[in-house]
Design a protein around this ligand. Sequence first.
Ligand code: UDP
Length: 324
Amino acid sequence: MNLLVTGGAGYIGSHFVREALKKGHNVVVFDNLSRGSKESIPAEIEFRQVDLCNKEALQNEIKQFDIDCVVHFAAFAYVGESVESPSLYYNNNVVGSLNLITACVENKIDNFIFSSTCSLYGNPNKVPITESESIKPINPYAFTKYFIEQILVDYSRAYNLKYAALRYFNAAGADPEGDIGEKHDPETHLIPIVLKNALDNSRPFFIFGDDYDTEDGTCIRDYIHIIDLADAHLRAIDYIVDQKKSLILNLGTGNGYSVLEIIRKVEEITGRNLNYKISGRREGDPAILVADNKNANKVLGWQPKFDLTAIISSAWTWHKNPKF
Ligand code: UDP
């Protein structure tokens, strides 16, 4: 199929692009390079530096290609930044996505895969979290994802559009071949922060709270390897194209690990001493987020293949020797 991947220079998008190419898809990437790395895009594929907020430029570019399905990763994704600068988030994420979805309808591109998030469940009532858990975003970032899902629901009712909204839990790990990996500036995610400390422990990192209602008092998350995420996207494309039905699915492993368990695992894999301290809770962090992923298994036949050791080992390979 001919795929348009937005945000293909970012962490999750760039890993998806490689897996899509391995499956024999043709890929064109649109990315404004505001946060992604051009080096993470394979040289042989079509790339356009397009900002989705520039409606006219987007319209002009999208017309040049015969696209079967859009896979939309492009977004800003820092919760703290979204609280400080909601305008940045509503404009970039919601306006950019609305322009893209509108361009799809106008150009008769009927299939759309959307990078959503478990953070739209806020503080869930029940864990593991099913897709029928109530939607209660607690920060502007999560609201932007919720609004985009709603636009897709409404557009798919009114127009000939099929979508898959894939609600990721904690994306982690790196390309096992070591060519690309997680690179954020600033880095806010736990696994890269802990691995960076394994490389240089001259300054401590902080555990955000050890007084949660969990076994060791630290927050529990469901870490999912990005190659497993990419696999689910490829299956979702086939599903919406073949079945002509839309989908909303959680993508997580169903296994939760506490911050301290992640730290122990990093110590075990790297053999390095880590330097950390306990600090206060980070605002907006729920105690436990773990997916119920039965629907993704039932509908897509999808099952995560990488465990926590594989996630951290692949990320460690990248952090020891980042290519860009
Ligand atoms: N965390 C931490 N110290 C850090 C970064 C993260 O203790 O320097 C904790 C954070 O409070 C959360 C978990 O690690 O409970 C995962 O955080 P991350 O930012 O990686 O992902 P999130 O769950 O916020 O999407």
